[in-house]
Design a protein around this ligand. Structure first.
Ligand SMILES: Nc1nc2c(c(=O)[nH]1)N=C([C@H](O)[C@H](O)COP(=O)(O)OP(=O)(O)OP(=O)(O)O)CN2
Ligand SMILES: [Zn+2]
Length: 129
């Protein structure tokens, strides 16, 4: 079946330390994280901002994590203080957290993939089966 795939990318700045890490990453430090979201669907939908069924998902909705932490995003926060219990501040689990929160905002049937990078050389991905 034909389908659409949309991709959106953004950055946010945050501090973190990896809990019990034996090395510099265990100390508080910061990254400009790059996040790439891909959403795939065989049908189009309306969004919070657009009443017409014309989008896989609204880029604006997908990019919630780039908002300031005081406005519900992850920008300019300490991830260790903001991520809920059960999520460590590794790229893998930041990707999982963004996936979990984003998935709740999407209609059924949209496949989602979230990739997170701390540096241009390292990426972690979390996606639907
Ligand atoms: N699988 C993962 N490994 C590591 C993560 C992670 O999220 N997932 N995170 C870290 C640290 O956050 C660290 O800040 C990043 O480590 P690293 O890529 O080694 O950082 P460098 O800037 O030193 O990278 P270079 O490419 O060597 O300059 C560690 N591991
Ligand atoms: Zn780090």
């Amino acid at each position: 079946m034909p389908k659409w795939k949309i991709t959106t990318e953004f950055t946010f700045n945050a501090a973190h330390s990896i809990r019990d890490y034996d090395g510099p990453c265990g100390r508080l430090h910061g990254h400009t994280y790059t996040v790439r979201l891909e959403a795939t669907s065989d049908r189009l939908h309306a969004s919070e901002y657009c009443p017409h069924a014309a989008m896989v998902a609204d880029f604006r909705t997908l990019k919630w994590a780039k908002r300031d932490v005081l406005k519900g995003g992850l920008d300019h926060c300490n991830l260790n203080e903001v991520l809920p219990e059960g999520y460590e501040s590794t790229s893998e689990m930041i990707a999982q957290y963004i996936y979990d929160k984003t998935k709740k905002t999407l209609p059924e049937g949209i496949k989602l993939k979230v990739a997170v990078s701390e540096s241009p050389n390292s990426w972690a991905e979390y996606e639907d089966d």
